[in-house]
Design a protein around this ligand. Sequence first.
Ligand SMILES: [Fe+2]
Length: 403
Amino acid sequence: MYSRRFVVTAAIFCVLAVMGGGAAEPLHTYLTYSDDPTTSIDINVFIERKVPKVTLFYDTESRKGEQAKYAQQMDLPYIQTMLEILDGRACYVAALKNLKPNTLYYFVVGDEKYGYTVERSFRTLPGGNAPLRFINGGDMGVSRRTEKLLKLAGEQDPDFGIIGGDIPYSNGWLGEYKDWERWFKNWDKYMVGRDGRMIPIVTAVGNHEVNHYETDRLEIKSPDYLSLFGRQGSATYHSRRFSDDVVFFVLDSGHLAPQDGAQAEWLAQELEKYRDVKYKFACYHVPLYPTHRPYDGGGSELERKCWGPLFDKYCLTVSFEAHDHVFKRSKPLKGNQVVENGTVYVGDGTFGVDPREVDPTPRWYNEKEGSYAHFWLVNVRPEGVALKAIDEDGNEVDAFTLR
Ligand SMILES: [Fe+2]
């Protein structure tokens, strides 16, 4: 007979083995863009400690994790980030270039001491005017509702997800990093394409990515967010051309960079540069047309003043807003008036957080509004852009097409 102590010890080992899932691997592995999404991708890898060498093995064929069989390999450069101060975790980024468009790539990445990932995959975007599909939402958190919505979002098989800020609600405090851990775990679990590929993440910064420490140093104001997502552009706002027909302007609603001044000047230049692109989208945190907070709120008013006329001048197609924790679709707007072919503003960031109330009388600029959690699914085709809002039970709560 086994002793009681032996049985208990063996049981604990079994539980730990199941929880641990076997071999060690990097802490986080996730995809972002810092260049042309048809030929490049950034594989971001966080490892428990700084190590001599982190290696990526990749190929257009699955090699089932057998490192020697992958056609390509590269050693990843170490990137110093503020997250290292948390517990010594170190960042490595494979900024892959010259990839083939519309191609599934398989990879494993990691190091000898802390282990390698299982085989993972990503797909480069097709480019040209091929159809694109993406999901958008903001104000996520890490609740059960967030998981339900993320699962539904992953099931749409998007090419990428664009998040309009207030991501896990860690508030720029390294002490709240556990929320990012859970957020990445959720994204990894649910945001998986039908072919098993990882879904790249595009982000705008929200107020809950920033702490209240009084400093001008952005990497101290937002140490976690900038460590994780600060490489998408040279500032906390950036543009991304996803295809011949699609360009995104991802803006900072004054959380790390003021909306006016340099950012507004940059936006004017970028809109001019991409003026002939068929579908122009913007994404940022604080809405120009809020649906819970007051219309004359400071951030909204300032953005209507310094971004609104630019959106109008260059005929922005759709603007993805967040922060107010409600659902809304505006009427087509231009010059703060309802017009036939204006910009449609959708939002407002309830991709997991509790929905807030809307006024009993709808705001003059809204076509639809409501107090429910949702995300947006966007299908872009040469003949038009189709948007759907999907709630946490999978119901389609809105659908419209812009041609
Ligand atoms: Fe917010």
